[in-house]
Design a binder for this molecule. Structure first.
Ligand SMILES: Nc1ncnc2c1ncn2[C@@H]1O[C@H](COP(=O)(O)OP(=O)(O)OP(=O)(O)O)[C@@H](O)[C@H]1O
Length: 345
């Protein structure tokens, strides 16, 4: 079986900046990285960890402080701009000045590495532009000036330009930043499918931990101290590496749900019986109030509709007859008196 080669690789890479006295200040150091065909990699890390700096370095837009950076079989610094642009496309967060260009014209510029400055678009180029517009749902505003778009619309158009460029490698800095939830989910699904179906390698930085944990084949987790851990999302969660990278006082990552706890538990444990959507949302409501939902037996017990086979919840409190509730609101009202006084979650 042929073993594929990485589309991008780095050895002993240090990325960062030079101070005013020209002394190097590494944001992250000693990196050994590879991006393989067909994978979606999410670069995660707290604010200021160095995600944008690393992405810009990997895109060849700022020089590494040290180390070896290869684009395919060639050293990055040996490739001129057009050669790089045929290998990798990049979407950054920088504000774009597109002049009076329409969306279609801007996306068509993605074909430039293949046509040259003066080259007209062939039928194949036109098809690539139309496919990129369709994939990003930007066809309906293809004729509008880019300067008049909303932040989210512009973000999708920049992705369309990168898709039109049709490179083996795509690097994206916070591509979900301005998108609403359905568009964020759609974008992650699009990128995941694109990697799978076309063999492209896609690296994106994001603060969407939840979506990244679901969509990424691998995660590069950059800690605040500049250490980079790479692995499948699941391995990083189960090893505790993920929680450690985002550790803050009073903030806990729950590896059983893959989310950060918004509320600190203050109240008693409630045995929660049931499964499915009603049990999930009952758990969320109990946690918000400060209770600790658990499957283990406890003096307080809530049975959810999936077990009762009815549209109601059964609430059993010590020393009281069992109560039936027809909404989570009335269930919570019955439980609230059991919380410690003045608790704040
Ligand atoms: N042009 C620059 N010159 C010097 N230092 C910089 C420059 N740009 C960023 N930095 C510093 O490099 C570090 C990493 O910044 P970077 O923007 O890469 O982090 P990030 O992980 O992308 O952050 P965020 O999640 O907030 O976008 C920060 O300490 C930042 O202050």
């Amino acid at each position: 079986m042929a073993v594929s080669a990485p589309l991008l690789s780095a050895e002993d890479l240090a990325v960062g900046y030079f101070s005013s006295r020209n002394t190097p200040r590494a944001v992250t150091d000693n990196l050994r990285l590879a991006l393989w065909p067909g994978e979606l990699v999410c670069l995660l890390g707290p604010n200021g960890a160095g995600k944008s700096t690393l992405l810009r370095t990997l895109a060849g837009l700022q020089p590494p402080l040290r180390g070896r950076l290869m684009l395919g079989n060639s050293a990055m610094q040996d490739l001129n701009a057009p050669a790089r642009a045929r290998q990798l496309s990049v979407v950054l967060t920088d504000r774009l000045d597109a002049g009076n260009l329409t969306v279609q014209e801007l996306v068509s510029l993605g074909r430039q590495p293949h046509t040259g400055w003066l080259g007209g678009l062939s039928a194949h180029d036109e098809a690539q532009v139309q496919a990129a517009l369709a994939a990003t749902n930007t066809t309906p505003f293809a004729g509008r000036p880019v300067g008049e778009l909303s932040d989210g619309e512009r973000q999708k158009v920049l992705l369309a330009r990168a898709l039109a460029q049709d490179t083996p490698l795509i690097l994206l800095d916070e591509p979900t930043a301005h998108l609403d939830l359905p568009n964020r989910v759609a974008l992650m699904r699009l990128l995941h499918n694109l990697a799978r179906q076309t063999g492209k390698a896609i690296l994106l930085s994001t603060h969407e931990l939840d979506l990244a944990l679901q969509a990424a084949d691998r995660v590069w987790l950059l800690s605040a101290t500049g250490t980079l851990h790479a692995g499948t999302p699941e391995d990083l969660v189960l090893s505790g590496t993920f929680a450690a990278a985002f550790a803050r006082e009073g903030l806990a990552f729950d590896p059983t749900t893959g989310t950060f706890a918004l509320h600190a538990p203050a109240g008693p444990t409630v045995q929660l019986l049931g499964e499915g959507a009603a049990a999930f949302w009952t758990r969320r409501a109990l946690e918000r109030e400060g209770f600790i939902p658990s499957a283990a037996p406890a003096p307080l017990r809530v049975t959810t509709p999936s077990i009762l086979k009815a549209d109601s919840w059964l609430c059993e409190l010590p020393g009281q007859p069992a109560q039936q509730h027809h909404s989570i609101a009335t269930l919570l009202a019955a439980l609230r008196p059991l919380l410690p006084e003045n608790h704040l979650v």
